[in-house]
Design a protein around this ligand. Structure first.
Ligand SMILES: Cc1cc2nc3c(=O)[nH]c(=O)nc-3n(C[C@H](O)[C@H](O)[C@H](O)COP(=O)(O)OP(=O)(O)OC[C@H]3O[C@@H](n4cnc5c(N)ncnc54)[C@H](O)[C@@H]3O)c2cc1C
Length: 390
């Protein structure tokens, strides 16, 4: 055994979560090591559609509303800040999130969605079909009513993760790639570091942000997170361009623009283990989403198809904070499911608060690992459909 190095904090997993935590901690002068089994930012955060913005979700609030609001503010700050550090852009843009209906039967569902957002204090603009097409010319003629949250945004999640990881590194975070963490170094009543094969990295605090793999790092620290596979594609944008993240109030799927003019169309939801693959059924599904949500995309060129593994949890909320089974020196930051990008800077900010012994700026009692301990096993397959939005 050899000790590679010792740090204040070792972060397991260099996705958007781990990289953002590393950056915020490094900015505060905390000594950080960020360890990934592969390349930084090549898993869920690489596959993400990148839709972000303040959003209320009755089943997941108050955390979700507070986290998405704070993240929205932080993304706008990070947009400039990361450019100053790296001279690269995270692709933040968009004029809102637009949800439409094309039949009288769906009007009540749209009204309910509007009510939930407005009750939470979020701005929503309601429009008839013509007004909606004026705002978003790519919408189909059959759209009869729409609601727009003007704060909805998109970003290039691949670029974001790579850039904030590089910025963390520039500020002093040590990055280990191609180093799978194989276990924790445990003291009598605390965690003291991580094992990477026969090597060890020692730290005051270990943060587990290993996404869909988070439940497998230590056999004693189980977590009911599982890989929810998603197939997703990008197509050439319509001639009129696309300004909003667009979806239908009562149907699955979305279309979201990229700064370079492409449109990202997603996504499937498959629970088949740690396997990433593109299937005929998946291609058919996202093809149907494109044709239905924005028919003007039906004959646009497909540019790329890819997939990734969302860290799905039974309640679609992340687990953030300590674990009584680990003792001191261990924090969870995993399980952001299908809307991790929209909560990510807020999660990272809260982790920084915990590491630096501050009161978390958002209440995290909802996210405690205790919600899964001493309970009957949760039947994830039955409940996840209630929560998956993206
Ligand atoms: C198709 C798709 C579309 C999505 N669209 C959106 C969207 O529009 N908006 C939104 O908010 N969210 C979206 N999401 C969800 C979002 O992308 C995820 O919630 C988020 O990226 C999770 O980030 P993470 O850092 O926790 O996980 P990941 O990005 O998966 O990172 C985990 C990291 O841990 C590493 N790791 C795992 N095991 C080990 C180990 N033993 N040792 C070291 N490292 C390890 C992995 O290599 C990986 O780099 C989407 C996801 C998918 C798949």
């Amino acid at each position: 055994m050899s000790v590679l190095s010792a740090h204040d904090v070792v972060i397991i997993g260099g996705g958007a979560c781990g990289c953002t935590i590393a950056y915020l901690l490094a900015k505060q002068g905390v000594s950080v090591a960020l360890v990934d089994k592969g390349e930084i930012g090549r898993e869920a955060s690489w596959a993400s559609a990148g839709m972000v913005g303040p959003c209320a979700c009755q089943d997941r609030d108050p955390w979700f509303l507070a986290a998405t609001r704070l993240s929205w503010r932080m993304y706008h700050e990070l947009n400039d800040e990361l450019f100053d550090v790296t001279q690269r852009r995270i692709g933040l843009g968009g004029e809102g999130e637009l949800v439409y209906v094309d039949g009288e039967d769906d009007l009540a569902d749209l009204d309910k969605k509007v009510r939930v957002q407005r009750d939470a204090g979020l701005e929503v603009i309601v429009m008839d079909g013509d007004e909606a097409r004026e705002r978003e010319p790519a919408l189909p003629d059959r759209a009869i009513k729409a609601a727009c949250n003007p704060a909805g945004r998109f970003l290039d999640a691949r670029a974001y993760t790579a850039i904030i990881g590089a910025a963390a590194n520039q500020l002093g975070a040590v990055v280990y790639e191609g180093k799978p963490v194989t276990g924790l170094v445990r003291g009598r009543d605390r965690v003291m570091g991580v094992r990477i094969g026969t090597d060890e990295l020692h730290a005051q605090t270990v943060i587990n942000s290993s996404g869909a793999w988070a439940g497998g790092i230590d056999p004693a620290l189980t977590h009911p997170v599982e890989p929810m596979h998603g197939q997703i594609m990008s197509v050439q944008g319509p001639p009129c361009g696309l300004r909003h993240n667009v979806s239908q109030a009562t149907r699955w799927g979305y279309c979201t623009p990229r700064a370079d003019g492409r449109v990202v169309v997603g996504a499937t939801h498959e629970l088949w283990g740690f396997v990433k693959r593109i299937t005929p059924a998946g291609v058919e599904y996202i093809g149907e989403v494109a044709r239905r949500v924005l028919p003007c995309l039906a004959n646009q060129t497909i540019i790329d198809i890819w997939s990734g593994l969302r860290p799905q949890t039974p309640d679609a909320l992340p687990t953030v904070g300590p674990d009584p089974r680990a003792g001191d020196g261990y924090l969870w930051a995993a399980g952001h499911a299908s809307s991790g990008m929209t909560q990510m800077p807020a999660t990272a900010a809260v982790l920084c608060d915990l590491v630096t012994h501050q009161t978390p700026r958002i209440d995290i009692s909802q996210l405690a690992i205790e919600r899964y301990l001493n309970n009957e096993p949760v039947h994830e397959h039955q409940v996840f459909h209630r929560f998956v939005q993206i």
